[in-house]
Design a protein around this ligand. Structure first.
Ligand SMILES: NC(=O)c1ccc[n+]([C@@H]2O[C@H](COP(=O)([O-])OP(=O)(O)OC[C@H]3O[C@@H](n4cnc5c(N)ncnc54)[C@H](O)[C@@H]3O)[C@@H](O)[C@H]2O)c1
Length: 386
């Protein structure tokens, strides 16, 4: 990532573009952080922007152009749908604003890379969700692994399987369109966590399934209407990492069994069970090989294997944490954590997995990313620091 000089002083002015379902939680959290100030909301649907501004007490609302022209906005929060992410982020950069975008950074390598080049040339920052990975849950596990608590990481398993987002989302079609599906919609949580702990992915192989070409909306005013499925709704991904570790990840919107957030990493000295990477908090625990316990091996029939909790450290908040980290970084000139480079590497890995599923062969992941620093234990979102 490019080096940055400190910029500005006082709370960082924020404008939103896209204020749909996920905007409530962003607004609640960002408005509770003293280091940022939400100034204006914009959406293609201006009435929706006005309604959200009224609901959350934001002083202004309007079109996307109104947000980008607002002189106080330094950081744009892009909560549009994935197919619009690059276009909106690029417009924000062109308007001289830093941008935080919901995941994924984009839906193809070329436009996402061009966005990063545009931002670098302008001396502006790009930050990419998920920021759940920056929460105390995953961060406490990351710190434990970095301390050597499981020895050298060898392999990871993750699983995200359920019936699909039409069980809660009133407009789920975009989640089955090109650039979405379980790989692009949920994959970023698992892959971003894996990369931030195990380092960059070297190669991937994947197999995908599309059991049904059409699905039905289950909730909201359009319940009963059908929409097309353009991508695999189940995908299994094998990855090798530059550092030598391996992972296997199931991502499925076709499973009657609901099992989300299954995440384990086994190392030479222990296996760690990590919290759901789509959550900011959760239990992490380690179980160790027999030789380290010196007690009951715990391998007899019906014997529960002993687990030791990893203490969770840090203040638990929610979505907006990554944008706050970015806002503080803008003021001090330090690197932010959820970088565009990381978002791009995760996108590159997902596109490579999609290509592998289509081609039936391993695909080398060409991009890489620098090591990502853990969030300090004393990072307090509610403190005024700028
Ligand atoms: N809904 C969730 O639970 C959830 C959770 C985490 C992340 N996300 C991510 O957040 C993003 C938004 O998801 P959502 O569920 O809020 O979607 P949504 O469909 O509810 O809302 C998207 C909003 O963006 C607006 N929009 C679309 N294109 C635009 C454009 N070009 N310019 C301006 N506005 C535009 C739409 O009018 C709409 O108001 C997606 O990237 C999604 O992956 C959603």
């Amino acid at each position: 990532m490019a080096a940055f000089a400190p910029m500005g002083s006082g709370p960082v002015g924020i404008g939103f573009v896209g204020v749909g379902m996920i905007s409530d939680t962003y607004l609640e959290n960002l408005q509770s952080f003293p280091d940022v100030e939400v100034l204006i909301l914009g959406d293609l649907d201006v009435d929706r922007a006005r309604a959200q501004a009224d609901k959350h007490g934001v002083p202004a609302a309007g079109t996307v152009a109104d947000v980008l022209a607002h002189p106080g906005v330094e950081l744009v929060i892009n909560l549009t749908i994935p197919a619009a992410h690059v276009e909106v982020s690029s417009a924000a950069i062109a308007a001289g604003k830093h941008v935080w975008s919901e995941k994924p950074i984009g839906i193809d390598r070329e436009s996402a890379l061009a966005l990063l080049e545009q931002a670098d040339a302008a001396g502006l920052r790009v930050g990419i969700a998920p920021d759940t990975v920056l929460g105390p849950g995953i961060q406490s596990a990351k710190r434990a692994i970095e301390r050597g608590d499981i020895g050298r990481p060898l392999f990871a398993q993750t699983s995200m399987q359920y019936q699909g987002p039409e069980v809660f989302h009133p407009n789920p079609a975009f989640l089955y369109a090109h650039g979405a599906g379980p790989l692009f919609d949920m994959g970023p949580y698992y892959l971003t966590s894996l990369v931030s702990i195990l380092g960059p992915v070297a190669a991937v192989a994947a197999v995908g399934l599309t059991p049904s070409e059409e699905r039905e909306i289950l909730v909201g005013p359009d319940a009963g209407k059908t929409f097309p499925v353009e991508v695999p709704s189940t995908i299994n991904v094998l990855a090798t990492f530059e550092g030598g570790a391996q992972s296997q990840s199931l991502l499925s919107f076709d499973s009657p069994l609901r099992r989300q957030g299954f995440f384990e990493i086994s190392g030479t000295e222990g296996t760690i069970s990590l919290p759901d990477p789509n959550m900011f908090t959760g239990r992490a625990a380690i179980t160790r090989p027999f030789s380290h316990r010196g007690d009951d091996p715990g391998i007899g029939a019906g014997t529960e294997q002993p687990w030791t909790d990893v203490p969770e450290e840090g203040v638990v908040v929610g979505r907006g944490l990554g944008a706050l980290d970015m806002a503080r970084a803008i003021r001090t000139g330090r690197p932010h954590r959820a970088t565009g480079e990381l978002g791009y590497h995760v996108l590159d890995t997902m596109v490579s997995a999609q290509e592998s599923a289509a081609r039936g062969a391993f695909v080398t992941v060409e991009s890489t990313v620098d090591p990502i620093e853990a969030v300090p234990v004393d990072f307090d979102p509610f403190a005024r620091t700028v």
